[in-house]
Write a protein that binds this ligand. Structure first.
Ligand code: NAD
Length: 456
């Protein structure tokens, strides 16, 4: 590891001069290497998650291809220095922003979208001209093994290297003086990463998680909301950083909305517990520990008086938890205190949007927030009075796929942005370059400070 890290320094210096064509060629190599292993990836995702092919395509391979395509199409423009106009004190000079590679970068990824959350930032890092060390999560080992094969085939270690491993590998890497660390994972580990980065004053991008609230008011298109929210929540079995964590539904439409949601679940996964249990279209929880954690949250809520509206079945051995809807969840239930990150959706009724906004603002700032409404003043009120990494109006999660939008959190849900030009900038140092021209206004400040002396 130390040898590879040292070898990447020479690459970092050489790659400062890398051209747009060279960077694009590296991204293409990665893209083609990934496509060559497509079947191995499907197989690995099935073994690690019981994840259907369509979901592997839709949430891992296609978003990675899209990031590559978008980056390849725009990189020439992104790399060009941006000219800026002079301000009053700098009249007569020209200014521009030069985008320099940060240097040696470390990317640490989580297990829930192990491919996209590793190769997506890698594309941005390569676009910005950096060598990279990758550390995937140990919790999706088959996918991580295929990624290791891809990287070893496509890059030399001094360009891009991947180290598999758990805590110890992460700690060894974090002890090294990287120039930039791009971490995706939980807020708790995000704090550890930021503390480690502080020892070397490495810059960081932290893509973290949190409890993303969803509001459905009495004017919303309930059918569209139910169809989309049931997709957003139960895709990847709820193990999505931007999944709707819990819902606030206006009391006057709550029963109708719940009925729509139940109908959608029956149509997609089967109407009996047995049909749902054997659905080939439903991903399972990543491992026994997380199955126990999520089913523990559900059991605790039920014990405190929550009602199961749909689902509720758990098969610990198969890491299976049915798509589950609950309501009447007391505020003290643990499920309302931590990111659920599994297929259980608490639904709360509300009558006052101000109350919902106050509740959201009493919690750490979430990664995403979703509002379903046809009432512009309500939408506006929610957008103005809340904070979150990103937001969708009458949609959920799709903002992640928009290559021209920044994707990131705020405070507890993250620092900095990914995707498209924002990812390119995350891995670039924005260097201010001033060039002096004919007019030297700074002469005004040359001593001696004799009043009335003409200097310019
Ligand atoms: P995690 O924080 O447990 O682990 C993430 C990575 O950090 C893994 O590679 C892991 O090996 C490593 N790690 C774990 N403990 C460590 C420690 N003490 N020191 C150093 N490294 C350590 O997260 P996870 O369980 O893999 O992923 C789930 C979390 O990630 C959720 O909170 C989710 O919301 C968040 N997430 C965020 C995004 C985003 O884009 N914002 C995307 C996916 C997941």
């Amino acid at each position: 590891m130390q040898q590879v890290f040292e070898s990447q320094q020479a690459t970092a210096l050489a790659w400062r001069r890398s051209t747009v064509q060279e960077r694009i060629e590296r991204i293409k190599r990665l893209r083609d290497g990934m496509l060559e292993q497509r079947d191995a990836l499907y197989e690995a995702f099935m073994q690690d998650f019981h994840k259907p092919r369509m979901e592997v395509d839709g949430t891992e391979i296609i978003p990675t291809l899209d990031e590559a395509k978008h980056t390849i199409s725009h990189l020439r423009k992104w790399m060009k220095p941006t000219r800026v106009s002079p301000t009053q004190l700098t009249l007569g000079n020209t200014g521009s922003i030069q985008y320099q590679p940060r240097g040696r970068c470390l990317i640490i990824a989580p297990w829930n979208y192990p491919l996209y959350l590793m190769f997506g930032p890698l594309i941005s890092a390569l676009a910005a001209g950096n060598p990279v060390i990758l550390k995937p999560s140990e919790l999706a080992p088959r996918v991580s093994a295929v990624m290791a094969r891809i990287i070893a085939k496509v890059f030399r270690p001094e360009e891009v290297a991947l180290f598999e491993g758990a805590l110890q590998t992460s700690q060894e890497l974090l002890a090294k003086p990287f120039d930039h660390i791009f971490f995706t994972g939980s807020p708790a580990v995000g704090k550890i990463v930021m503390a480690a980065a502080a020892r070397h004053l490495a810059s960081v991008t932290l893509e973290l998680g949190g409890k993303s609230p969803t509001i459905v008011d009495e004017t919303a298109d309930l059918t569209k909301a139910a169809q989309t929210i049931m997709w957003g929540k139960f895709l990847n079995s709820g193990q999505t950083c931007v999944a709707p964590d819990h819902l606030y539904v206006h009391e006057s439409v709550k029963d109708r909305f719940v009925a729509e949601c139940k109908a959608v679940l029956a149509e997609r996964y089967g109407s009996t517990a047995e049909q749902q249990r054997s659905s080939q279209d439903f991903t399972h929880v990543i491992n026994q520990r997380h199955t126990q954690r999520v089913s523990g949250l559900l059991a605790d809520a039920v014990q405190r008086g929550a009602r199961v509206l749909a689902g509720g079945e758990v098969d610990q051995a198969q890491c299976y938890i049915a798509p589950t809807l609950i309501d009447q969840v007391p505020a003290q239930a643990s499920i309302m205190g931590e990111e659920i990150f599994g297929p259980v959706l608490p639904i709360m009724g509300f009558t006052s949007i101000d109350q919902v906004i106050a509740e959201i603002n009493s919690q750490p700032k979430p990664l995403a927030l979703y509002v379903w409404s046809r009432d512009e003043p309500t939408i506006d009120k929610v957008l103005t009075n809340t904070s979150s990494g990103g937001v969708c109006v009458n949609h959920c999660m799709v903002h992640v796929a928009h290559g021209n939008l920044p994707f990131g959190g705020v405070n507890n849900s993250g620092i900095g942005n990914a995707h498209g030009i924002f990812g390119f900038k995350a891995f670039s140092h924005e260097r201010g370059v001033l060039r002096s021209t004919w007019l030297n206004t700074i002469k005004m400040f040359f001593p001696p400070y004799t009043e009335g002396r003409q200097k310019v």
